[in-house]
Design a protein around this ligand. Structure first.
Ligand code: NAD
Ligand code: UFG
Length: 331
């Protein structure tokens, strides 16, 4: 198949580009480089032996998207392009709605004009909001707490309305839990600008000596050891989930939503222990106040993806830390 990856030079998209190319698909990437480096393309070439087709541009440029869809005879789109920093979305909601919601509408209009009606969308576990029960299954109420999470839910609703309006649309929204780790070559991985917000990139920088110590945001949560619990998922497992979703979506009309998580929750202390083993480095830490907006614990019910996509995550927390460490050392 000929597949367009919007935002395909970013963290998740670049790993999906590897998995799909290795599965025999022709991958085309559209990215405006607002949160990635063009070097990722060379690194993809090193891993794959050839670089995917690449267009620098914005997903909101409908004419450009239409020309790519036609030129590359695209069959399906995987839509990663968007902004993802929860805190920034609170400060700059218009920027988030414009890019994440406006960008998707523009992309869908281009697809409709070109009669391409198959799309996989990068949604997020943040659509669920404060847990009413755990693990979150796909039926859990959706009450996102930030403009970022709301933008993801709004796109899901638009996709549902679109598929209700025209039964030819084939749409899957994937609700990612906490993607971590890197390709085992150490050539691609997560490359946050400035001081990382997320736990594992921060821990990696402490292990390598770039940052002095980890600040653990609270040890008094109602969790087994008091620190926050999350469903970390290896980015290569997540990438393989996209290959399964692509097969599913090409055979099923309508709108479907799937959690992509492991179904296991790990605490901050467990992550620190696993990263210490993976890196053989000390990870100094201190306990500080809770971070505003954090939830004590959340993790996925991953059964629906297993049943309908035939996919489940294979790599454990230690492997996630080993690959995150390899990436931190090599890049
Ligand atoms: P990322 O920032 O690394 O990748 C997104 C890519 O999209 C970047 O390369 C950026 O340059 C590009 N981009 C952004 N706006 C664009 C636009 N208007 N036009 C063209 N390109 C644009 O993020 P990621 O971690 O790879 O996430 C990919 C998707 O998955 C995002 O939609 C994100 O919201 C979603 N997601 C990520 C996580 C996570 O923790 N990483 C969790 C849940 C959902
Ligand atoms: N944590 C620390 N110290 C840090 C960073 C994080 O103790 O320096 C703790 C947090 O309090 C939390 C856990 O580590 O308990 C994980 O935090 P992350 O920031 O890595 O992940 P979150 O679950 O808070 O957020 C992530 C993405 C969001 C997304 C959300 C839901 O960053 O974009 O998952 O999908 F919305």
């Amino acid at each position: 198949m000929n597949i367009l990856l919007t935002g395909g030079l970013g963290y998740i998209g670049s790993h999906v580009a590897v998995v799909l190319t290795e599965a025999g698909h022709q991958v085309t990437i559209l990215d405006n480089l607002c949160n990635c480096k063009i070097e990722v393309l060379d690194r993809l070439e090193k891993i794959l032996g050839r670089a995917p087709a690449f267009f620098k541009g914005d997903v909101r440029d409908q004419a450009l998207v239409e020309s790519i869809l036609k030129e590359k005879q695209i069959n399906s789109v995987i839509h990663f392009a968007g902004l993802k920093a929860v805190g920034e979305s609170v400060q700059e909601p218009l920027m988030y709605y414009d890019n994440n919601v406006g960008g998707t509408i523009s992309l869908l209009k281009a697809m409709k004009n070109c009669e391409i009606k198959t799309i996989v969308f990068s949604s997020s576990a943040s659509v669920y909001g404060i847990p009413v029960y755990l693990p979150y299954d796909e039926e859990h109420p959706t009450r996102p707490q930030s403009p970022y999470g709301k933008s993801k839910l709004q796109v899901e609703e638009i996709l549902k309305d679109l598929s209700d309006s025209d039964p030819e649309w084939k749409v899957v929204a994937l609700r990612y839990f906490n993607p971590v780790g890197a390709h085992d070559s150490g050539l691609i991985g997560e490359d946050p600008a400035g001081v990382p917000n997320n736990l594992i990139p921060y821990v990696a920088q402490v292990a390598i000596g770039k940052l002095e110590k980890l600040k653990i945001f609270g040890d008094d949560y109602d969790t087994p050891n008091g620190t926050g619990v999350r469903d970390y998922i290896h980015v290569m497992d997540l990438a393989e989930g996209h290959n399964s979703a692509l097969l599913y979506v090409s055979e099923n009309t309508g709108f479907s939503v799937f959690n992509l998580g492991t179904g296991n929750g790990y605490s901050v202390y467990e992550v620190v222990d696993a990263f210490t083993s993976a890196s053989s480095r000390k990870i100094p830490y201190e306990i500080v106040d809770r971070r505003g907006g954090d939830i004590a614990s959340y993790y996925a019910n991953a059964q629906k993806a297993k049943k309908f996509l035939g996919w489940s995550a294979k790599r454990g927390l230690l492997q996630m830390c080993i690959d995150a460490w390899k990436w931190a050392v090599l890049h």
